[in-house]
Design a protein around this ligand. Structure first.
Ligand code: MN
Length: 278
């Protein structure tokens, strides 16, 4: 018999237009049990509208007792259709990245469902180690996968902002999904490339390890990205899984163990968006 596990979530979220951009084309959704970041592209205000539309399509999941993978898939599909319908100037298309996490259940156990399209990122900090869960849909990631580029070279490559998949693309988007079991003390980071192009993973890990409050950690990451140049819009969500340990202690026997500059623009690869800014 499986014992229902009480799970708490704490989170902090923040966004900043950065030091160079006039608009903030990033949008986010942070409300248990769903946490998403979208980084829009398309020129003028199309990027802003695209990222806002994408998170709006996911917003009905906020406050859900149980979120299923099909609910998330449907919402991602709806987000795509909404972004596709955005009116843009001729030759331009609105698009947006989307990444994030929903707390779901599989067989009565809590799981993180991580979703990704594009080059925004979702990371997990577990047992003191920061791991990038999402895999970027970008030209440089393809070159890294092919062994043509190292991760270090990718960070400064001139085509590092070219995304290969996005919501609103002419082809139907194929989002990646991962299921990760939830452990007490897990910390998830969902962010736009305005953070990861300015602040390296080791420094991100350091800040996440020393700042216990998720809002303080999110604010500090944004400040670091600004201090490093802030060439792009910066969005950060930090989510902590809490309460598992408490729940297990309550159900455990007393004497036993519980059983259980514009050069930082993201640009889409295909022609309708050539030169689009995010
Ligand atoms: Mn960006």
């Amino acid at each position: 018999m499986s014992v229902p596990v009480a799970l708490g979530l704490l989170w902090g979220a923040t966004t900043h237009q950065g030091a160079r951009r006039k608009l903030n084309e990033d949008s986010y959704l942070a409300g248990g049990p769903v946490f998403f970041v979208a980084d829009g592209m398309g020129g003028h205000d199309a990027g802003e509208v695209a990222s806002a539309s994408a998170v709006a399509a996911l917003r009905p999941l906020v406050g859900s007792e149980v979120v299923g993978v099909d609910d998330v898939r449907c919402r991602v599909r709806l987000a795509h259709d909404t972004v596709r319908a955005i009116e843009t100037s001729p030759g331009r298309g609105a698009g947006t990245t989307l990444t994030g996490v929903a707390l779901t259940h599989q067989g009565g156990e809590p799981y993180w469902l991580v979703v990704n399209l594009g080059d925004s990122r979702t990371y997990r900090l577990a047992d003191g180690e920061l791991e990038q869960v999402s895999v970027d849909h970008s030209e440089v990631q393809e070159m890294v996968d092919a062994g043509a580029l190292t991760r270090e070279e990718a960070a400064t490559h001139p085509r590092r902002h070219v995304v290969t998949r996005a919501l609103g693309a002419p082809e139907d988007p194929e989002a990646d999904f991962w299921f990760l079991p939830v452990h007490a003390g897990d910390r998830l980071l969902v962010c736009s490339d305005g953070l990861t192009t300015e602040v390296g993973d080791p420094r991100i890990a350091q800040i996440l390890l020393v700042e216990p409050d998720p809002q303080v950690a999110a604010d500090r990451l944004v400040r670091e990205a600004l201090a490093a140049g802030g060439r792009d819009n910066i969005t950060v969500i930090v989510v902590d899984a809490t309460g598992l340990t408490d729940a297990l202690e309550r159900t455990a026997p007393r004497d036993g163990r519980p059983d259980h500059e514009d050069d930082e623009d993201t640009v889409p690869r295909r022609s309708p968006w050539k030169g689009a800014l995010t």
